[in-house]
Design a protein. Structure first.
Length: 237
């Protein structure tokens, strides 16, 4: 099984070249580099200058292990503590500085060509904030006059696969929402009809009660008048 390499192999190799008497072969093998890369570091010919990283401080090597290697050029250095892989699971997508000025163009393109994609999806896809997205959508962005909608894939802000996946998710979400809206309408409509029917029924009952009360009052008035008339006739007789 292959031995893991240091977390920062070039920086580690640069430190070992400057601070130990290990051979180039030993350093190259331990760091997972080509021996010519190590040779270039030693001769200051490397195109990039690396700040040395102490593998002893990080726990990847010990002084005793380095001592073994210095005493025996054939000795193969052993990693003492393998570096922990670091993976980003939260936060916005990292975009190189050279590409950041292209973000507004990519956002404008998505807003124009795929309005079904949510702001949250755009933010995750491009690595931007909702405030920036809203500013571009509402044309209140400070540089709106210079923003030109461009395909974010062409700009290198995301891959075609990532964009296609975002479009597919947005489309699927739209279908689910439409089905939910239809179901809501089907449920609400009968409830509205039932409410209207109940109102009409109560109104009819109220009108019937009013009419019955009116008729009863008229009958009582007529009965009272009739009794009064009979009493008057009886007195005259």
């Amino acid at each position: 099984m292959a031995q893991p390499t240091p977390l920062m192999p070039h920086a580690t190799a640069s430190w070992l070249v400057d601070n130990t008497a290990l051979s180039f072969e030993q350093i190259a093998e331990f760091c997972g580099l080509h021996i010519l890369e190590v040779q270039a570091m030693a001769d200051d010919l490397a195109s990039s200058k690396y700040t040395g990283r102490d593998p002893v401080h990080s726990g990847e090597l010990t002084h005793a292990e380095i001592e073994k290697g210095q005493n025996d050029p054939e000795y193969r250095l052993r990693m003492q503590k393998a570096p922990v892989d670091v993976s980003r699971t939260k936060g916005p997508r990292y975009t190189p500085v050279s590409k950041r000025q292209d973000k507004p163009d990519g956002i404008a393109w998505i807003i124009r060509n795929h309005p079904e994609i949510s702001d949250a999806q755009i933010g995750k896809l491009i690595g931007t904030t909702r405030n920036t997205i809203n500013a571009i959508r509402e044309r209140s962005h400070w540089n709106i006059q210079n923003i030109v909608a461009k395909d974010p894939v062409t700009l290198g802000l995301c891959s075609q696969r990532e964009l296609d996946a975002a479009v597919a998710r947005a489309a699927k979400k739209g279908v689910v929402q439409a089905d939910a809206d239809d179901a809501t309408e089907e449920v609400v409509a009968p409830r509205r009809d039932d409410r209207e029917a109940l109102i009409e029924e109560l109104k009819a009952q109220r009108e019937a009660a009013t009419r019955a009360a009116s008729e009863a009052a008229q009958e009582a008035e007529a009965e009272a008048w009739l009794q009064a008339k009979r009493a008057a006739e009886a007195n005259e007789g």
